[in-house]
Ligand binder design. Structure first.
Ligand code: FES
Ligand code: FES
Length: 157
């Protein structure tokens, strides 16, 4: 199937409305990174298998690498850039730094998004709850033990 003609779409990203014209079949992550230059959201597997591309849509963690941009028309999206402006997001990021919870860092954006979304709804989760929230997120560097410590630190303060 070839590219479709661009259509007008309205995305609210980190509180700012963006009126764009895109092929409606383009997965959202490409629009974020290539059209809107929001490079914090990473493209890993492109198959909804690794969690690197996680964003928050209407309060829920969503993977952005497969679902077409037209699905997000009119929705409120928060990317890692928006998370970085929130008190909880900043606390999570500080804890990741203090616990050295990243090595190459490729998975980190998605993990910080997921951890922040979790702590916004469950401020003091037990370890099993954290693990369940992080289950869709792979880290090929093996940082998960320190990621768990970082989230526990962020939730304890
Ligand atoms: S890039 Fe989306 S889940 Fe891997
Ligand atoms: S820190 Fe490298 S993939 Fe997670």
């Amino acid at each position: 199937m070839g590219a479709r003609h661009p259509v007008s779409l309205s995305l609210t990203i980190n509180g700012t409305r963006h009126d764009i014209a895109s092929d409606p079949d383009t997965p959202l992550v490409y629009v974020l990174r290539d059209e809107l230059k929001l490079k914090g959201t990473k493209l890993g597997c492109g198959l909804e298998q690794c969690g690197a591309c996680a964003i928050i849509v209407d309060g829920k963690v969503v993977l952005s690498c497969v679902t077409p941009v037209e699905v997000f028309d009119g929705k409120a999206i928060t990317t890692i850039e928006g998370i970085a402006e929130t008190e909880t997001g900043q606390r999570v990021q500080r804890a990741f730094i203090e616990k050295t919870a990243a090595q190459c860092g490729y998975c980190t954006s998605g993990l910080v998004v997921a951890a922040t979304a979790l702590l916004e709804t469950v401020p003091a989760p037990d370890r099993e709850t954290v693990k369940a929230a992080l289950a869709p997120h792979l880290c090929r560097c093996g940082s998960h033990p320190r990621v768990l410590e970082a989230i526990e630190k962020a939730s304890a303060t």
